[in-house]
Design a protein around this ligand. Structure first.
Ligand code: A3P
Length: 298
């Protein structure tokens, strides 16, 4: 099956997810050739769920010994997507696989489609998910800006119906979340499941949790020296959005860095949703997540 994408002309139903046509080859190679190491860390997400933020936090947590000063930290001169590369793009040849361990990667590939070598290794996966209402609004804005073909931008109503049918780059979003969610329940040592809203509410607690999960817990001395607070500040939306490096230029040669920073608010969906949309999406969430133990405060 083939469908129109939000930002690209074609999505193909590939291994039960809507894969952008331009990425099918890369995902295939990733599945075949990627050799995971036990020390690898994979930041996984559905697009527009807080990937940029989690990449920044993970990079800052894991590498904090190398960059003790927060004054000339790499996150001040590089975008998080340049420091934590999308693993699918490594096979396009325009970026190179990191050599320093632990290697950090990002991915939007759904859990069941991850390469065998990841499944068989002890590498760690951190997944971030976001309330599907806010993810929709964020995706509408982002995909509308980055459209890669001179397509007319999707109208909100049209995009909403596609979203409700799971048709969106890397969708259906419910299968994406549930794949990682179920693995995080079955193997909590392997997959840490986070929510964007929880990070917003108590970043300190979540950052400690990430550090412990990755095997890099904060020492008492670090806590006393307010290292956690410094990391949170460095990776904050306000700080990152206003950095020169994130205001202009592209990553992977086609994505404007500035589009990754919009509002970073929870419940922004209330500004866009009609009562019909609210009711319809609430029902879909209830139906799709029923019995899974995963839920969202709407
Ligand atoms: P909004 O469109 O709601 O503003 P992703 O990184 O997965 O593409 O997700 C993008 C969303 O995360 C956008 O949400 C963006 O503004 C928000 N975001 C980007 N950097 C952030 C940060 N440092 N802290 C919190 N949210 C951030």
């Amino acid at each position: 099956p083939r469908e129109r994408g939000w930002a690209i002309p074609d999505l193909y139903l590939f291994q039960q997810f809507w894969c952008p046509s331009i990425l099918i080859k890369e995902v295939n190679i990733f599945q075949k050739d990627f050799e995971a190491k036990d020390s690898d860390v994979i930041v996984a997400s559905f697009p527009k769920s807080g990937t940029t933020w989690l990449k920044a936090l993970t990079f800052a947590i894991v590498n904090r010994q190398c960059f003790s000063s927060f004054e000339n930290h790499p996150l001040l001169s590089s975008n998080p997507h340049e420091l934590v590369l999308a693993v699918e793009f490594i096979y396009r040849g325009d970026v190179h696989c990191p050599t320093i361990e632990p290697r950090l990667f990002g991915t939007h590939t759904p859990f069941p489609s991850l390469p065998k070598s990841i499944m068989e290794s002890n590498c760690k996966i951190i997944y971030i998910c976001r309330n599907p209402f806010d993810t929709f609004v964020s995706a509408m804005s982002f995909f509308g800006k980055i459209k890669l073909e001179p397509l007319s931008t999707l109208k909100m109503e049209e995009a909403f119906e596609m979203y409700c049918n799971g048709i969106i780059e890397f969708g259906p979003w419910w299968s994406h979340m549930l794949g990682y969610w179920k693995e995080s329940i079955a193997k909590p040592i392997r997959v840490l499941f986070l929510k964007y809203e929880d990070l917003k509410e108590d970043a300190n607690f979540q950052v400690k949790k990430i550090a412990e999960f990755l095997g890099f817990p904060f020492t008492q001395e670090e806590e006393n020296n307010k290292v956690i607070e410094s990391i949170i500040k460095l990776c904050s939306f306000e700080k990152m959005k206003n950095l020169e490096v994130n205001k202009s230029g592209k990553i992977y040669q086609f994505l404007e860095k500035k589009y990754f920073f919009r509002k970073a608010e929870t419940r922004d969906w209330e500004n866009y949703f009609s009562p019909y949309m609210r009711e319809k999406l609430s029902k879909i969430i209830e139906e799709k997540l029923d019995g899974s133990g995963l839920s969202f405060v709407i």
